[in-house]
Design a protein around this ligand. Sequence first.
Ligand code: DLL
Length: 432
Amino acid sequence: MYWEPDKECLNRDELEQLQIERLQSTLNRVYAHVPFYRKKFDAMGVLPEDVGSLPDLARLPFTTKDDVRGNYPYGLFAVPLRDVVRIHASSGATGTAAVVGYTRNDIKTWSNLAARVLTAAGVTKDDVVQISFGYGLFTGGLGLHYGAERIGASVIPASSGNTARQVKIMKDFKTTALVCTPSYALLVVETMRKMGIPVSALSLRHGLFGAEPWSEEIRKELQDALGITATDNYGLSEILGPGVSGECLERDGLHISEDHFLVEVIDPDTLRPVAPGQKGELVITTLTKEAFPMIRYRTRDLACLLEGQCRCGRTGRRMCRVKGRTDEMVIIKGVKVYPSQVESLLSEIGGGEPRCQIVIDRKGAVDEVTVLVEADEPTSRGKDRRQGGMEEALRKRLTNELGISVDVKLVEKNSLPRSGDKAGRVVDNRRL
Ligand code: DLL
């Protein structure tokens, strides 16, 4: 089943022709309307008209999350604010959000691309779709909501949280498709068990999971426990939100909507393209975005492009599951957290440059986070009320700012890895 068969099954020659036309028009627009891009292109001595073919893309500068943060909030918008009808944001490495905007046309495009992902995963207008992604600045809830409505499905905007209520809704409203993070789906399974609700009491058929890494093992667990076909879908706020790519029912890679996005895979150290099929960092250029076009955005996500055609008939290239990050961002309970963000909060609270380590465990289906912070003075746990008070104050502030509950433990000075040893800032004990 396709949502836009003429586009999803376009032959490669026609697709590449469309891509170059759309790329040129995007480049002209950003050069004319976004000073940041104009300066960068000028510094590299490249003009939009110099890009005459797709390989010329390599002549253009990359854009990074720091560039987005550095232009906070609206510096990268290519249209005046009066043409923007929606604003979303995602967390930034040191607390400044990446703010993204959409014109009315962008929302239409986004809805269609989300509808493609939902349709590829088996959702039709006969489905009852429960969206259990957060609605708000996060793009997951509203993005997939609009896609599901576009298809004509009956959409339940359940949002996230209150899992027992979600399970009751799922049972009573006869939900047939669950849309959320894979870790939230695991929590749904655990909650059903606690409530004594068997899978036979549900009407679920499809599960669409994304916004964080997961595995084939988790897929199997969710498919068995919920009686569904589980598919993966991928996206990021800076590019669109959900709808960049998604698996079809073959579940053999995520189809990229290449008529809207140009995807490169680079070696994050040399910044050169990797050999075909090799793993590297995804770099994405938007081809149709009006309010927030992106040129060669370094996603920091590691994945590879799959060779060959999918049995489903779609011609868009497929990417493998996201296999990691080139930075230290971790996704905890669906929230993206950067160690640098935690560090700057800690130094705001306590002064200095406290060394910390984020330890993540999964108990049942729930992520548990402990932030270890080096104390200024020798620790004497259980005795010192002042230190207990400090832990509590840090815990409250971090929980509040990050939006997820965390525990804080003071540890001996110099017991954590040196700050130069960045790899030691996160210890992730979950099996993702
Ligand atoms: O997570 C958009 C989204 C919402 C995608 C709902 C799918 C479903 P951000 O909050 O900006 O946007 O986070 C983007 O999340 O760079 C990846 O590191 C990670 N991510 C997203 N989808 C997947 C996935 C949304 N399927 C960041 N597998 C991305 C692994 C994913 N990681």
